[in-house]
Design a protein around this ligand. Sequence first.
Ligand SMILES: Cc1ncc(COP(=O)(O)O)c(C=O)c1O
Length: 406
Amino acid sequence: MTSAPPPSVDTPAQPVMELEKEYLLQNYARYPLVLARGKGCHLFDTEGRRYLDFITGIGVNALGHAHPRILKVLREQAGLMIHSSNLYYHQYQGPLAKRLAEMSGLQRTFFANTGTEAVEGGLKFVRAHGHAIHPEKYELISLENSFHGRTLGALSATGQPKYRKDFEPLLPGVKFVPVNDIPALEAAFSERTAGMILEMIQGEGGIVPLTQQFLARARELADRYNALLVADETQCGVGRPGTYFAYQRAQPVILPDVVVAAKPVACGIPLGFIIANEKAAAAIKPGMHGSTFGGGPLACRVALEFLDVLDELLPAIQRTGGYFHVCLNDLARKHSFVKEVRGFGLMLGVELAIPGKQLVLDAMAEGLLINCTHDTVLRFLPPYIVTEKEIDQAVKILAKLFAKVQ
Ligand SMILES: Cc1ncc(COP(=O)(O)O)c(C=O)c1O
């Protein structure tokens, strides 16, 4: 039996990619880059090249790489206890749930591992809430262009046919409404509506923010029809918009009944959560939901440390995010193929009139990692610790590449 080789920083990329091609499910269209390690806002490939990380593993590495406070807690907790299951208590779920309640304005947390799993649980809250009122009250309203994950329930709520088409029929009773279309939203609600799910800033759908008026109307209609309003903050939440959650950006804050999130919560250790108000939480009785891994001591302790750091970083996220937004707008003004710059905080997108994939590859060759969503939207999810200097470096690379497009 051969054991795995120790991590190396000078392994050539080709054999790594070839071995994967032979043995891995070919579901990912990976970029031809083999990463080895990271430090702060930078990643290094196996041949020692350095990259400015402006995608953070799709919004996960919120404190960049090898953050000293996260490393310290990880090392200590790994030596004490990594997993204990939900058969028993440990010291960190309670304090973390309390923190999340203070941050969100909601009450009761369930811990999951990933975004799709948190969404899946959120949909069970919706179904159970409706079912307790009437067996026919099971409809869900979702938005066109949305993305909620890859499991069958989350996929059923995802408003993009390309992700759904190979798996139909999916869950019945899901209605899709165009983003920010209030008349369509009004037409979709009925006594059969058990809930609505929305991303306050659509991520995978191309960095598309919802208006406060749309959220306010969704809240009113959910109340009128006794349906649960679920905010999927997997990508747009937990600090990224410069507030704890994206629904807190505008005043007065309009509270959802349920919030689901994951990605940055434990800085790369899988952890997701559902937090619900008492009304929504009442739908789930003992035995109706659970997880073996969810809320383990390692993940929860890292998350508590992350949230302490986040409190110090929130004003900086607003500042650096604002600075980045201005830089991207400056760039947009100089290039007619740039249609729009969108987003808030450190969740920004640049919509192009041309496909973005080649620009992503060219940026990679220049030492900048970003990605492209919805074919034409360059997506930027830099770490919360990013500095104006690093933003300048990224913008300089983009300016060079944009000039070549012209
Ligand atoms: C808004 C939203 N919800 C759910 C998910 C699914 O999360 P995961 O990939 O962790 O299952 C994503 C992933 O990108 C997302 O952006």
